[in-house]
Design a protein around this ligand. Structure first.
Ligand SMILES: *Cc1c(COP(=O)(O)O)cnc(C)c1O
Length: 390
């Protein structure tokens, strides 16, 4: 491994170190599904090696489902940013989480201990047991007591989607003992937090969000040690949730601006969080201690009115794009979670989740201010009508 370089340097150079020697500047996009080889004995040996430990085949690639050179550049770069040996990319964040669960299930370790809230679909995947796993939901303090001989994974998000609740990852990792801790780092990104440094074994990203950063590519990735990565590649090969090479290219390009985007959007978000906290139309604001570009807040009026009233801000699920998005978790991102479980995890029906982008902060505030005015105005009219009606 080369000597460690600063994050901002890795962001623009990792996964690209060979380009100048190849006489190109932008990474080539390799769209091949298959690779010619006149040496089938050598290819057989590479396939055997992959079947043994899932290591990336030495020498020429074999088939698109085993690995792709453009996707491998993104994996190399993300591993460097997260400070892990390896990273394995998938078609989406959910495909990445599924592969982790399948690796553990295949070892007979079907029990998962998890802390709410998680992203709505992660919660659903575990709660519904769609892949044959069984979940025990606990508070962070209950992790150690919930571990069983067949516990294969502890899963947390910090800051969590959508409440931005933060965990002490070091303490959580300690409570896990020898059970691998998976930290979903989608919200923080490696710019703000590297969970492996705090004891997590697996770092999950919905690359669809900040890593891509422009709302135009879906992907998922797990950063981890090479042993676990090998098993993930074997599952990816056998189940097929590969990342497309064009997506790999876009995600690698997204990484190059990740530190700049995250810092600029975070400074906007911190400013908006402060203004929302001082606003009487807002009853509660959640903004993480580590910062970031996500803000969650509860409104006194009807949250649906705020969604209906924004004009510059886009009312849409997802997050992490260059432009600002807002959504109502109880209706959209966390709709699939049982209402009582959702509320129990702090996801109030009045909560709105804002993914702050790179617009001018005054323009963003003007839009929010007007949308909040509409919401509280209509709420006031309804309340006055109720009073008038006795
Ligand atoms: C969006 C999201 C996911 C799922 O990722 P997809 O790319 O949509 O499959 C997982 N975790 C978090 C925290 C997310 O925000």
């Amino acid at each position: 491994m080369p000597a460690p370089r600063a994050l901002a340097t890795e962001a623009v150079h990792a996964g690209r170190d060979d380009l100048a020697r190849q006489g190109v500047h932008a990474p080539p996009i390799d769209l091949s599904t298959t690779y010619p080889s006149y040496d089938s004995r050598g290819e057989a040996a590479r396939i055997d090696a992959f079947a043994a430990d899932g290591a990336e085949p030495e020498g020429p690639p074999v088939y698109g489902r085993l690995g792709n050179p453009t996707v491998a550049r993104f994996e190399t770069a993300l591993a460097r940013l997260e400070g892990t040996e390896s990273a394995v990319a998938f078609a989406t964040g959910m495909a990445a989480l599924s592969a982790v669960l399948l690796v553990r299930n295949a070892m007979g370790l079907r029990h998962v201990v998890a802390v709410r809230p998680l992203y709505g679909c992660s919660d659903h995947l575990l709660t519904a047991g769609l892949l044959g796993s069984e979940v025990t939901w606990v508070d962070p303090a209950g992790i150690a007591d919930a571990l069983r001989p067949d516990t294969g994974l502890v899963m947390v998000e910090s800051p969590a989607n959508p409440t931005l609740a933060e965990l002490d990852l070091r303490a959580v990792a300690h409570a896990c003992g020898s059970v691998p801790l998976l930290a979903d780092n989608t919200f923080a990104t490696p710019v703000l937090q590297r969970p492996v440094e705090q004891g997590a074994r697996l770092v999950l990203h919905s690359a669809t969000k900040y890593l891509g950063g422009h709302g135009d590519v879906m992907g998922g990735v797990v950063a981890c040690d090479e042993e676990f990565a090998g098993r993930l590649r074997q599952v990816r090969f056998a189940t097929g949730g590969v990342l497309h090479p064009l997506a790999g290219y876009l995600l690698l390009r997204g990484l190059s601006t990740l530190p700049v985007r995250v810092r600029a959007a975070s400074s906007n978000a911190a400013e908006l969080a402060g203004r929302l906290a001082a606003d009487p139309r807002v009853t509660c604001v959640h903004y993480p201690r580590i910062g970031g570009a996500m803000v969650a807040f509860e409104v006194a009026g009807d949250p649906h009115d705020v969604i209906a009233s924004v004009r510059l801000i886009t009312p849409a699920v997802s997050l992490g794009s260059v432009d600002t998005l807002i959504q109502h978790p109880a209706s959209i991102s966390h709709r699939i979670v049982d209402a009582d479980d959702r509320r129990g995890a702090g996801v109030s029906d009045r909560l709105l989740r804002l993914s702050v982008g790179l617009e001018d902060v005054e323009d963003l505030w003007a839009d929010l201010d007007r949308a909040l005015g509409t919401a509280s105005g209509r709420g006031r009219v309804l309340r006055e009508a109720a009073v008038a009606n006795g």
